[in-house]
Design a protein around this ligand. Structure first.
Ligand code: Z5A
Length: 204
């Protein structure tokens, strides 16, 4: 969710994880994890041309960003054994373009499949906050991007989308209460990650 604390938490968790293991822990994001992606991010979030970006065009732009990110960045780094923390991935497209914009969910699933070449996240942490609180947090930055400008109902549908995704994928998607204070959220994430890393044999 917007303003849920993803950026704040990812930086803290990277430092913590890096202290626990020799494997390099790399941070990235979508959109914008590659040079092409940075251009697409700018268009997606800052475009103020006369004609609005059509919903399906927006969907394909996120898919293009992801395809570039997976082939040019994520896969090569994973193949070298790195651990990657990614700020948003396929679930965001289902929540925003599917539940938010109302585009066909099976089309989005297909497109996600094509864009990722079937590369799935091992674990998704969903930082959930009250929609209005999250938006209020982002507004303290002073600059509101194109998607943040969408109405409240849009953001509520997005939240509902994440909720349904979490219910349908309980092993992969773990909800985190993003309304607690920053330190408490970090502690809760560490707890979940410690359990998972032990299970995966990454920690002794
Ligand atoms: N999008 C899409 O539509 N489809 C897709 O497929 C993908 C993305 C991949 C990407 O922007 C946009 O693209 C996004 C979805 C859409 N929509 N928008 N806009 P983004 O991911 O870069 O931006 P964002 O989601 O809006 O993130 P953000 O605004 O940067 O928020 P954040 O990273 O979650 O939060 P933060 O920067 O860490 O914290 C925000 C403020 O809250 C900051 O002042 C913090 O100090 C404060 N904060 C953080 N945590 C707390 C707690 N726990 N308590 C109090 N205050 C806190």
């Amino acid at each position: 969710m917007e303003g849920a604390g993803k950026t704040t938490q990812m930086q803290r968790i990277q430092v913590w994880l890096q202290g626990l293991m020799d494997t390099p822990v790399i941070i990235t994001r979508e959109p914008g994890g590659t040079l092409l992606g940075q251009e697409l991010r700018h268009l997606l979030l800052e475009y103020h041309g006369e004609e609005p970006i059509q919903d399906r065009a927006e969907l394909f732009m996120y898919a293009a960003d992801r395809a570039q990110h997976v082939e040019g960045f994520l896969k090569p780094l994973l193949d070298q054994g790195n651990m990657i923390l990614c700020d948003r991935y396929t679930d965001s497209t289902i929540a925003y373009q599917g539940y938010g914009r109302g585009l066909d969910l099976s089309l989005i699933n297909q497109l996600n499949q094509i864009a990722t070449n079937s590369l799935e996240s091992d674990l998704t942490l969903w930082l959930d906050v009250d929609v209005e609180l999250g938006l209020a947090r982002t507004r303290t930055r002073g600059k509101i991007d194109r998607i943040e400008q969408a109405n409240l109902e849009f953001h509520q549908r997005v939240q509902q989308g994440f909720k349904l995704l979490a219910q349908a994928n309980p092993d992969r998607i773990i909800p985190i209460n993003g309304m607690l204070n920053i330190d408490q959220v970090t502690e809760n994430i560490k707890l979940i990650l410690s359990q998972k890393l032990r299970k995966w044999g990454c920690l002794i």
